[in-house]
Design a protein around this ligand. Structure first.
Ligand code: FES
Ligand code: FE
Length: 377
């Protein structure tokens, strides 16, 4: 069972692109970060990155920073990266391992892996000082299909309320057990929304991605999620093409028990607000999208394979990595061109075509999450 039921595109004649301020204004970015990123489940990466107690990931979200760290009991917990003494950032590196405790680099307040304050020099001289009242501020953490998620502001719906609809759709790809082979980080001089919007259409594929278009005609697919925070569908591989790779052949054993139709498809979903998921018969790729500035976005891309794929002579991850690294860079370049254009005084919102219905739907989901905010000017 694929769980895939094509849904009519949600195109509404008259849908137009967002005004320029949404891509250029520091005020809008601050609202994005506060109303959306701080209050949404953000994907932080794969739980397999944190195999041992003390291994951590640090994820920056505007002015905030979250630590996700594996405890001695095997659980992954999340904390704000803020010392309870005078607020100093505790961990600087994006990933690493601490040996049993997190120690502040300023005055050496020391926390255990459950966030409890275990040492605070000279605070025993402070009347009524209670270490138990100075644990690290918690950040919510959940796991879905091997992906770690965190939410900075507590409350709101559990992860399953948003991701439940994806679980059946992707079950056969066995995401939870896949293993990473390669990770590449990119800095893109474009607003984070342009990156998400670019992912949501293949109208640009014949022009921007000639190699991809040879492997998969851009009109060959259908969408099944066309409204809401998760949007996407599939493209069909051309006759004789096995996967989206440099050679067009598969580069690893299948990731799961896939029906015939899945061997001729790539599935592409954007999961609001920071995860892009691309499912192919022989590998899964995901992008994490991190806003940095109105015109700057950091993107992390990782390729996942069957856990035993590396035992095969046929395992050639560079075929997939090379193909998408080339395709990613084509996308980032046109996103940067797009950013340059929408920043112009001459830019006005332009009309979406029916082939861009997912972008209009993405914009609606974005504006709904923003909560009616209207930029000034
Ligand atoms: Fe962290 Fe002083 S600010 S120990
Ligand atoms: Fe593209």
């Amino acid at each position: 069972m694929s769980g895939f039921v094509p849904t009519a595109a949600s195109y509404r004649p008259g849908d137009r692109t967002l005004p320029g301020e949404y891509y250029t204004s520091p005020e809008v970015l601050a609202r994005d970060l506060d109303r959306i990123h701080a209050r949404s489940w953000l994907c932080a990466g794969r739980s397999t990155e944190l195999t041992e107690a003390g291994q951590y990931l640090v994820r920056g979200v505007g002015p905030d920073s979250a630590i996700l760290i594996r405890g001695k009991d095997g659980s992954v917990r999340g904390f704000h990266n803020v010392c309870r003494h005078r607020g100093t950032r505790l961990l600087d590196a994006e990933r690493g391992t601490v040996s049993g405790t997190i120690q502040c680099p300023y005055h050496a307040w020391t926390y255990d892996l459950e966030g409890r304050l275990r040492g605070a020099p000279h605070m025993q001289d402070v009347p009524d000082f209670d270490p138990s009242g100075h644990s690290l501020h918690p950040v919510e953490v959940e796991e879905w299909e091997g992906f770690l998620f965190f939410r900075l502001v507590p409350g709101g719906e559990p992860l399953g309320a948003q991701y439940g609809q994806m679980t059946e759709r992707v079950a056969r790809f066995r995401l939870g057990g896949l293993r990473p082979a390669r990770r590449i980080g990119y800095e893109v001089r474009a607003n984070w929304k342009l990156v998400l919007q670019n992912f949501s259409e293949c109208l640009h594929c014949p022009v921007i991605h000639p190699a991809l278009s040879r492997l998969s005609p851009y009109l060959s697919g259908a969408n099944d999620l066309t409204e809401g925070p998760i949007l996407g569908g599939y493209l069909t591989l051309a006759d004789g093409v096995g996967s989206m790779t440099l050679s067009g052949r598969t580069c690893a054993r299948p990731v799961g028990e896939l029906p015939d139709e899945d061997h001729a498809r790539g599935y592409y979903y954007s999961l609001f607000p920071n995860l892009l998921l691309s499912l192919h018969p022989d590998y899964v790729m995901y992008h994490l999208v991190w806003p940095v500035a109105p015109d700057r976005t950091r993107i992390e891309c990782e390729w996942l394979f069957h856990p035993d794929a590396s035992a095969d002579d046929s395992f050639q991850p560079d075929e997939a990595v090379g193909f998408w690294d080339m395709t990613n860079r084509q996308d980032w370049h046109i996103c940067e061109q797009s950013q340059a254009g929408v920043a112009s005084r001459a830019y006005r919102p332009g009309p979406y075509s029916p082939r861009e219905s997912l972008l209009a739907a993405w914009d609606r989901a974005y504006l709904a999450a923003l909560g009616g905010f209207e930029p000034q000017g």
